[in-house]
Design a protein around this ligand. Structure first.
Ligand SMILES: [Zn+2]
Length: 204
């Protein structure tokens, strides 16, 4: 469930175009072509400019004379004599980047998180088995089979924590009323799930 915190160097590499960083250190000015622009490598002896070994690409650089791959952070750290994280912070400051607020990070994290639908399905089946000792046999017979499959069919609509809870409690109610004989029709039971449909549809 927990994702590693994004490193500031990754953020700088993502946010700052390599061409921009190359301009700051006087390595390159202008648009980078997709196939790369040739320039002399400032970090090694690459033939004195007759056969420049450094390539500036839109999102990275490469020195064919041995220095290898350059991210924005590496280019700036080496050029400015800073640690990678210091170079990353300075680069982000220059482009006016602001760290996301706690609220923005939270919103992003909850938007990305997917509920564990398999666990929800299991929880419902365990519940049924607990309510009805005959569940094992009954679950493949009507109206239980239809009701259960209607419940599981709603799972793709479940997205938030609140919806997980709502889904499970509504489905438990439905299965319980069927299994205990309070409701006898699978169709009725499924209709009583309609409150959940409405919430699910709100997401478009
Ligand atoms: Zn080099």
């Amino acid at each position: 469930m927990f994702r590693p915190k994004t490193r500031i160097t990754d953020t700088a590499n993502e946010v700052v175009p390599f061409t921009t960083a190359a301009t700051w250190v006087g390595l390159w000015s202008g648009e980078a072509r997709f196939r790369g622009n040739k320039t002399s490598c400032p970090f090694c002896w690459d033939g004195g400019g007759r056969d420049p070994a450094f390539r500036v690409y839109p999102d990275h650089g490469y020195c064919f004379a041995g220095c290898g791959y350059f991210t924005v952070t590496r280019l700036l750290a080496v050029s400015w004599g800073l640690r990678n994280d210091e170079a990353a912070w300075q680069a982000l400051e220059r482009v006016g980047w602001k760290p996301p607020t706690r609220a923005e990070r939270w919103e992003r994290a909850t938007a990305e998180a997917e509920p564990d639908r398999e666990a929800l399905a299991k929880a419902l089946k365990y519940y049924c088995a607990a309510v009805d000792p005959q569940w094992e046999r009954r679950q493949v017979t009507e109206p239980y089979a239809s009701a259960l499959s209607s419940c599981l069919g709603l799972l793709p609509l479940v997205r938030t924590e609140a919806e997980c809870e709502l889904w499970l409690s509504r489905c438990k109610e439905v299965m319980n009323s069927l299994l205990t004989g309070t409701t006898t029709s699978g169709l009725l039971a499924v209709k009583s799930l309609s409150g959940f449909y409405l919430i699910g549809e709100g997401h478009g």
